[in-house]
Design a protein around this ligand. Sequence first.
Ligand code: MN
Length: 225
Amino acid sequence: MKPMIGITASFDDTYIINDQNYANSLEKAGAIPVILPPLHDLSRVDAVLARLDGLILSGGQDISPFRYDQDPHPNCASYSDLRDAYEIALYNKARQLELPILAICRGMQLVNVIHGGTLVQDIVSQRPDSLEHAKPDVTATAHRITIESGSVMEQIMGGSAVVNSLHHQAIDQPGEGLKVTARAGDDMIEALEADNLIAVQFHPERLFSQPAFLRFFEELVRRAK
Ligand code: MN
């Protein structure tokens, strides 16, 4: 049977609005994708994950800075306590169950915060000397990353790669138990790893027609079997 992999949802006041590329990438990699709208009742997380073989924490809005003990920077965008709370509960339970997880963009930042790390709330104002990380065209490559040898990232992409970049926030202090496995030329953290977890700051789902980016989803599917 093809593994069933959950994708966390973005939403506004009325609609679930997910980038279809997450589902398309998973389908191409051999999985059945399902969208996971946030639940208010966190006790249902067990029942959700009991039906899943793997999890994607997708991109989306900022995370509440109060979750890493900071006050909001003026350029910190809107955040959802509902989404944060649901995804934190999902992640913690999925880790307990040793489900494979792929965390993308916001997903990586959320994982970092759950592990006690912090974020740069706005790269342009707080790290003015950094590269441009908020490229509006996410289908175009934006900057190079250098990858740690011996990492899963290296198995997937090799020692270095050119990736897309659509993030105005970034990892500041990495959380406990997370290994930094890729950095941009300005030293920005672009990937984190732990057992059963691959986390990337860029968007492989938007470039899944290229084998190196599709491999993130193939690896997740392989682990989910
Ligand atoms: Mn970047």
